[in-house]
Design a protein around this ligand. Structure first.
Ligand code: FAQ
Length: 316
């Protein structure tokens, strides 16, 4: 592209961003915008597919046929979210196989939350309620992301996450209205998942490297701390309905501000987990790599079939 053509493309990009319009795959965009989106969408896609593991762990141990069917559907939904997101990343010019290689070699990240173990059935409730709940708070604004394919993928993802959140809450509601042992199991799950869920929103604003630029580009609409606050405000009253105690001695309601005040999560834990030192990082990545290798024959067969069909069509 000529220098003039490039400048005109950047002007039109900025005009679209200023008018709160959508950037589409063939539109001109700055390299940094493309790179940021590839990083975020790929990390998001990886999170969806690695996120199948903690819950997949309980499919064979679900307490009833009904719970098993619901959990299988939920885990399949997460695979679907991964597919929409990899497809959205491909519109930016990357290849899905290359992006997966980056995940498998540990060069691209996935959400810290999926490096924690699911020790009891109540953890499946806690993941739906808290992890999908946090995902919704983070992702509803992404439906207005300036990049069209990502924004459109998020609409359906959010509808499904919202169903997931309710099924998680319902699991915990049932446990909380069951035996004292079941209620204790629910409390224990909340105790273990609360802080990691707050960390899903990323580092505090003061340490977030990408937020300012991503917000200027209309990729992110709110900062990490704003979304974390929104999540706490939404979730604490739900814990009250369950009769569970949020494990934060610093939690209080600020009437004047209309917000809950809460303690700062231990961000050294977040950085440590992101670096690969969480309780399940190695296991989750190894499982993912093995699943990919075991599935190689399916990809080869699909590619051979597609090639045959293309030859047939060309001959016809
Ligand atoms: N984990 O400058 P910022 C789900 C990294 S989906 C790991 O603030 P940014 C559904 C960040 O990449 C959950 N890394 O970054 C489900 C950056 O590193 P880099 C996933 C994290 O991008 C439910 C560095 O720290 N959701 O749960 C984390 O502006 C149940 C500096 O941070 C998404 O991906 C973290 N928690 O904001 C599935 C949503 N936080 O790349 C199965 C889309 C930060 O420079 C079961 N993503 N980092 O080396 C986003 O909204 C953003 O990317 C944030 C981070 C908010 C995650």
């Amino acid at each position: 592209m000529s220098h003039l053509g490039y400048a005109a493309g950047m002007d039109s990009f900025q005009a679209t961003i200023d008018a709160d319009g959508r950037i589409e795959p063939r539109d001109a965009m700055p390299d940094g915008y493309r790179k940021t989106l590839i990083r975020q969408i790929a990390q998001h896609a990886h999170s969806e597919i690695i996120g199948m593991q903690p819950e997949g762990n309980w499919i064979s141990r679900a307490p009833s046929l009904r719970r098993k069917a619901i959990l299988m559907a939920k885990v399949q939904d997460e695979a679907g979210h991964g597919l929409y997101l990899y497809a959205a990343a491909e519109t930016l010019g990357v290849d899905r196989a290359d992006v997966l290689d980056l995940l498998h070699s540990g060069k691209q990240k996935y959400s810290s939350i999926f490096n924690y173990p699911t020790l009891t059935w109540a953890d499946i409730g806690a993941i739906g309620w808290l992890v999908d709940g946090a995902a919704i708070v983070n992702q509803v604004p992404l439906c207005r992301c300036s990049y069209g394919p990502y924004a459109r993928a998020m609409v359906r993802v959010c509808k499904e996450e919202s169903f997931h959140q309710r099924q998680g809450f319902e699991i915990l509601y049932t446990l909380c209205n069951g035996t004292p042992e079941q209620k204790a199991m629910a409390q224990d799950a909340l105790d273990r998942w609360w802080w990691p869920s707050l960390m899903m929103f990323g580092p505090p604003d003061s340490a977030s490297t990408h937020s300012e630029q991503s917000m200027a580009w209309g990729i992110k609409r709110h900062s990490n701390d704003e979304l974390r606050q929104r999540f706490v405000d939404m979730t604490v009253p739900q814990a009250d309905v369950l009769g569970l105690r949020v494990p934060d001695d610093g939690l209080s309601y600020d009437e004047e501000a209309g917000h809950y005040r809460f303690s700062e999560p231990d961000y050294t834990e977040l950085y440590d987990v992101v670096k690969g030192n969480g309780p399940c990082n190695q296991e989750r990545l190894a499982h993912r790599v093995k699943a990919h290798e075991d599935g190689a024959w399916v990809r080869e067969a699909a590619a051979a079939y597609a090639e045959k069909q293309a030859l047939k069509e060309a001959a016809a």
